[in-house]
Design a protein around this ligand. Structure first.
Ligand code: MN
Length: 235
């Protein structure tokens, strides 16, 4: 006898622009509080000198471009957070900031879907954020554009629309911690590996989404992401 006692789950992956080969996803890391205007709108009192902090979403929570995210259970306040996405192609720990971009395969855009009411309870009670952040279908992600094609531009515009109406609009230049700084800091907490995805935090303008909403997310010069919020899944 060999192999597995049950069928192993599929490897999560994202399409890559310009090739049929896909980017396999190991972990999805997310950065909290990375745009000062968003920190202010959340009344969090943190300031820009606070070190970045991180949480994760499961790789099997990915929703692909053109896909659907069923409205999740146990929330009345599902929020959108548009974020620049970084795909890691080379592992490392304690990666120096100056070498951090050597570890980047490419970039995309994602939406950090959040059960805001559950996150708020967690914050109040000092609980982990998991139930607010790491649920099924909570990580809509675009295709990845290789950095060899699109470069490492840190001044791209970032925006999100719902049913064609603009809800978030900023530039990734407003990130408190830049992509190299995030990679460097994150790699102090966890050894990064090829296949890791980093969602780099959201600018201001977060708000609720509803069943039937069509959400479009874009970071300038990168593949777009469109997905729809659908009826909750039947038990
Ligand atoms: Mn976020």
């Amino acid at each position: 006898m060999s192999g597995y006692v049950i069928t192993p789950p599929p490897v999560a992956s994202l399409p890559v622009i310009g090739t049929d080969a896909r980017f396999p996803v190991r972990r999805i890391y997310c950065v909290g509080r990375n745009y000062l205007a968003h920190v202010r709108e959340m009344n969090e009192g943190a300031d820009e000198r606070d070190p970045p902090f991180f949480f994760q979403k499961p790789a099997d929570s990915i929703v692909h471009d053109g896909g659907v995210s069923p409205y999740p259970t146990l929330t009345k306040s599902l929020h959108h957070e548009v974020e620049l996405v970084v795909a890691i192609s080379k592992g490392g720990a304690f990666i120096p900031k100056a070498q951090a971009l050597d570890h980047v395969f490419g970039y995309g855009v994602g939406v950090d879907l959040t059960r805001r009411d559950l996150q708020t309870v967690a914050k109040d009670k000092g609980w982990p954020w998991e139930m607010g952040k790491s649920f099924d279908h909570s990580a809509p992600l675009s295709a990845i554009a290789p950095a060899s094609v699109v470069g490492h531009d840190e001044t791209r515009k970032i925006r999100l629309t719902i049913n064609g109406k603009e809800r978030q609009s900023s530039t990734v230049a407003h990130m408190t911690w830049s992509t190299p700084e995030i990679i460097s800091k994150l790699s102090e907490h966890y050894r990064l590996e090829a296949g890791d995805i980093i969602m780099t935090g959201t600018p201001e303008g977060v708000g609720a989404v509803n069943i039937g909403d069509v959400i479009e997310a874009q970071v300038e010069g990168l593949p777009t992401l469109t997905f729809t919020i659908t009826e909750p899944l039947k038990p």
